[in-house]
Design a binder for this molecule. Structure first.
Ligand SMILES: NC(=O)C1=CN([C@@H]2O[C@H](COP(=O)(O)OP(=O)(O)OC[C@H]3O[C@@H](n4cnc5c(N)ncnc54)[C@H](OP(=O)(O)O)[C@@H]3O)[C@@H](O)[C@H]2O)C=CC1
Ligand SMILES: O=CCCC(=O)O
Length: 359
């Protein structure tokens, strides 16, 4: 397994073109490129070699050759909650982007920022070196990759396809087989992190598949995210993502129970949020979502239908290896109830409504 964080800070390089940077970054252990940090020169191409020097107002930092070159033409399919800000960040970084979305109007904001548009996944893949996809679920991921006018029809040797959707391993392997049959390379790269991290370029990529493609797209992953893991064979990235989201879904269900119980025994749930935030079970998720859950507001960052999909897929993964997951199974039931209440497109924190109705 390989974990790579953002570029190393503190070294000024003299060769290679200079790019203007509008903001410095804090010197954290794995410092993220700040979302305001923008490359002003045209992007590098494959195989230019050498090192990239970046000038910053107060300090300089280096980027290795492999982390400084962009593939020339990049496609992005799926302009939803996640795909839109991810594409936005690539455009802002100076990448040459072509977009497609089933509902065309969702491409318009990106087109107005300079993205090109093609009318099908096939046309995007045919016109780009690397194509990313961020789609709802296994069904849509397969349809876009392998369906009529799907990606495979536009791929050929020398190209690459990166699926960043959250799907199960079997789906990812199926897509991989179809992609590889064209001679192109495949990488699964689901992300941890939600709408705001996507906007801020702070996602965590859980990748697996063709290592050469991983290396080629690393500079792009570093624009969209703060770290990346390479996990080996196709299926491992999907599995890691599902395990993480299974934990998250159970945590949210448990947190919901706590909020409601505290209120019922006469405590202020807002104080519970504060207490939890200061202790050993503190997590950004509780602090972020707790106050709005207390108000019964669920502004959508991660749709509840997707969380339930991930619970379902994680339970399938557990079953495939005979691993007992009773907590996740119980939580999944709550997400199913919440869906039946019409809460699919609300944030997944709306799972609390399933418990209210039971009281
Ligand atoms: N939101 C989040 O916090 C996170 C989400 N994820 C995962 O990322 C993926 C996308 O999530 P998110 O952006 O939130 O989801 P959205 O529901 O906002 O977007 C889903 C995208 O998939 C497209 N789509 C759905 N069905 C089809 C289909 N049959 N054919 C073609 N396109 C289709 C939609 O197109 P259209 O606009 O036409 O409906 C849209 O572009 C999911 O797998 C999710 O689990 C991962 C990390 C965080
Ligand atoms: O898949 C969604 C993940 C959401 C998050 O990591 O906050």
């Amino acid at each position: 397994m390989t974990l790579v964080c953002r570029p190393t800070y503190g070294k000024l390089l003299s060769s290679a073109p200079m790019l203007a940077i509008t903001s410095p970054s804090p010197s954290a252990l794995c410092p993220p490129l700040p979302s305001r940090l923008r490359l002003k020169a045209r992007p590098f191409r494959f195989g230019t070699g050498g090192l990239l020097a970046l000038s910053v107002p107060f300090r300089a930092f280096s980027v290795s050759a492999s982390a400084s070159e962009f593939p020339e033409r990049i496609g992005f399919l799926g302009m939803g909650i996640m795909g839109t800000p991810m594409t936005h960040n690539l455009i802002k970084a100076g990448c040459n982007i072509t977009v497609w979305n089933r509902t065309k109007s969702r491409c318009d904001p990106l087109i107005s920022l300079g993205a090109k548009y093609k009318a099908s996944p096939e046309e995007v893949a045919a016109s780009c070196d690397i194509t990313f996809a961020m789609l709802s679920d296994p069904e849509s991921a397969v349809e876009v990759a392998c369906g009529t006018h799907g990606v495979v029809n536009g791929l050929s040797p020398g190209k690459g396809y990166v699926d960043v959707s959250t799907v199960d391993g079997a789906t990812s392997k199926l897509i991989s087989e179809h992609i590889k049959a064209t001679g192109a390379l495949f990488l699964e790269a689901p992300v941890s992190g939600s709408k705001k991290p996507a906007e801020d370029g702070q996602l965590i990529f859980l990748t697996a598949g063709d290592k050469a493609l991983y290396e080629t797209v690393s500079p792009l992953l570093d624009i969209m995210g703060k770290s990346r893991f390479y996990l080996g064979d196709v299926g491992n990235g999907a599995a890691m993502k599902l395990v993480v989201n299974m934990i998250m879904g159970s945590m949210m269900a448990s947190f919901s129970e706590g909020l409601l119980l505290s209120k019922k025994v006469g405590l202020d749930p807002n104080v519970l949020v504060e207490v939890v935030s200061q202790g050993a079970i503190s997590t950004p998720m509780y602090k972020l979502k707790g106050p709005s859950m207390v108000q019964s507001h669920y502004p959508t960052a991660f749709p509840l239908k997707h969380q339930q999909k991930d619970m379902r897929l994680a339970l399938g993964l557990a079953e495939s290896v005979c691993q007992s997951t009773p907590i996740a199974a119980a939580a999944n039931e709550l997400y199913k109830v919440a869906k039946s209440y019409g809460l699919s497109d609300e944030d997944f924190s709306a799972v609390i409504e399933a418990l209210k109705a039971k009281q």
